[in-house]
Design a protein around this ligand. Structure first.
Ligand code: ADP
Ligand code: MG
Length: 550
């Protein structure tokens, strides 16, 4: 069983490789960020497993990432002493596309290079990005809890197959060696690699050491650490510049766009924790689809990465937030189950909510382009908060913006609406519809236009649920402009007899198909419209349920 074995990649991997090499050719440097980020993850995992796994306790944890280059041989090596991989893990991780998100990613690739490059930039292409620059990649790895004889070598030229063979390996962890294509050999210099590492990976929490084959050994010098591995969130705010925060954001998320804003707090007292939260300026491409995707806020305990924060820490409606929470007072061997009821975590969650809403409120007050970006990217996610978070309902509602019968852009908030209410008006009127165009042409608006009353036009899929949960805002009722009784004025003219007779005739003809036909004074131009019974489901809601197959 010691002979090398050849296996084929999943067809999806093959597809991904081809697309990626094309789309990312001009952005080739990101491969190093990806390999270093994997090495750093592997160190995190080892440190975490060693907390609970007896067999790993005595292990020499020289947790660092070594980057070595050999210009003569044309190779670049990224080496870690982290958790490593077993044979099965190698096959799963480096031969298939395991993560479900990756499939969606592939489906959303358009073939348009520029668009795809932006997508890939957001996505974190991972291990396979090595093939952007390498003609040959070799991975030697041993899982930390397996014996030296159980190590594996994986090699591939990225063309459809890979080879696997058993090897001996003293050190736990992984060494990845890239043989660069000729046109990428310019990367093999100290200043190039230093520049790339500092640009993309400066804030990786482990030292990244750079060395040149033959050089440092000859001089008998320890390789130089090129990044700034001190946990940024643990530092004093006064030590940090805007650039530090922005750089850290990029190394944390891979998002090259600057964040809209951030908040950094050290909470002292009986329970201590640090909180660094960012508001991104763009949504990851799959945020709306994946309500359960949690990669936003990372939970650390005393600088040890524990996991991506779950619902227990960051509510779903804030899933666009990015950042780090680090607590000194949570038990290190914490599990997701314990997390459920931990009182400190509940406090942290409340703080995350408060600080996040503070950030968003400040952005709203400042207005301008940043606010515009925010509510275009995340406005509909935030709406979920009105539905899910009873305590914060009004605060979140005040941050929502809508189109209205009096304004063309989607910029009307509930407070602004109230300020602009017509005299004697005490209801917030809205109309739900499939699109803005349909809403604007709706006969339901006639009565309101005539009286100069503004109507909010709600066209987001989630809006119907939103108004089902938000009956009132600051003491004002929210009502649908399509409901049966409007009560717009007290002195509403009584419809004349002929109109009443006509209504009776129509009801006779339509019979059971309609609830009722009445003459009224709500329309000025259109002869008739459909209204819903005050107690019945709105038309829009009925339509949604029908679409959902109910
Ligand atoms: P991601 O990091 O987003 O999971 P990657 O393509 O970068 O995706 O890596 C795929 C998987 O391969 C990782 O999740 C990890 O399990 C494994 N892996 C990659 N590099 C290493 C490494 N240096 N040490 C241990 N496991 C690794
Ligand atoms: Mg990765």
């Amino acid at each position: 069983a010691n002979a090398p074995e050849t296996r084929r990649f999943d067809t999806e991997v093959h597809q991904l490789l081809k697309l990626m090499i094309n789309a990312l050719y001009s952005n080739r440097e990101i491969f190093l960020r990806e390999l270093i980020s994997n090495a750093s993850d592997a160190c995190d995992k080892l440190r975490f497993e060693a907390l609970t796994n007896e067999s790993l306790k005595g292990l020499d944890q020289d947790l660092a990432v070594d980057v070595r280059f050999d210009a003569e041989a044309g190779t670049l090596t990224v080496c870690d002493r982290g958790i490593g991989m077993s044979r099965e893990e190698v096959i799963d991780n480096l031969g298939t596309i395991a993560r479900s998100g990756t499939k969606q990613f592939l489906e959303s690739l358009s073939g348009d290079k520029q668009k795809d490059a932006a997508l890939i930039g957001q996505f974190g292409v991972g291990f396979y990005s090595a093939f952007i620059v390498a003609s040959e990649v070799s991975v030697e790895t041993r899982r930390a809890d397996e014996p030296a004889a159980k190590a594996v070598r994986w090699t591939s030229s990225g063309e459809g197959e890979y080879q696997l063979e058993p090897i001996e390996r003293e050190a736990q962890g992984t060494t990845i060696t890239l043989t660069l294509r000729d046109e990428h050999k310019d990367l093999l210099s100290e200043w190039q690699l230093k520049r790339i590492i500092r640009h993309y990976s400066n804030h990786i929490a482990f030292p990244i050491r750079l060395s040149e084959a033959g050089k440092d050994e000859a001089k008998d010098e320890a390789p130089e650490t090129v990044n700034d591995s001190k946990a940024l969130w643990a530092r004093a705010k006064s030590e940090l510049s805007d650039e530090d925060y922005q750089e850290f954001y990029t190394s944390l998320t891979g998002d090259e766009e600057k964040p809209l804003s951030w908040a950094h707090h050290h909470v002292e007292g009986s329970q201590r924790y640090s909180l660094l939260l960012y508001l991104p300026s763009q949504a990851p491409f799959d945020m709306l689809i994946n309500r359960d995707e949690r990669e936003g806020v990372k939970l650390y305990i005393q600088r040890v990465f524990i996991m991506d924060a779950a619902e227990q820490v960051v509510p779903r409606y804030l899933r666009f937030m990015r950042g780090v929470i680090d607590s000194a007072d949570l038990p290190l061997n914490i599990s997701r189950e314990i997390l459920q009821d931990d009182p400190l975590l509940k406090k942290i969650r409340a703080t995350v909510i408060k600080r996040s809403l503070d950030l968003i409120e400040r952005l709203a007050e400042e207005g301008g382009e940043a606010w515009e970006k925010f509510h275009t990217a995340f406005g509909s996610v935030l709406k979920e908060g009105v539905i899910e978070d009873f305590e914060q309902r009004e605060r979140i509602a005040s941050l929502l913006r809508f189109a209205s019968s009096k304004s063309d852009d989607e910029g009307v908030g509930l407070d602004a609406y109230i300020d602009n209410m017509a005299e004697g008006q005490d209801t917030i009127w809205y109309l739900t519809a499939d699109s803005l165009k349909v809403a604007k042409n709706s006969p339901h608006l006639e009565a309101f236009r005539k009286r100069g009353i503004e109507v909010l036009l709600l066209t987001d899929r989630i809006d119907e649920w939103l108004v089902a949960h938000l009956h009132e805002y600051k003491g004002k009722q929210l009502k649908s402009a399509a409901s049966g009784k409007l009560d717009l004025d007290t002195d509403e003219a009584e419809p004349d007899e002929s109109a009443k007779t006509l209504a009776g005739r129509i009801k006779q003809v339509l019979g059971e198909q309609v609830g009722n036909v009445t003459a009224g004074s709500r329309l000025t131009d259109s002869p008739g419209c459909i209204v819903s019974d005050d107690n019945a489901m709105s038309l829009q809601m009925q339509k949604m349920l029908r679409q959902a197959g109910q």
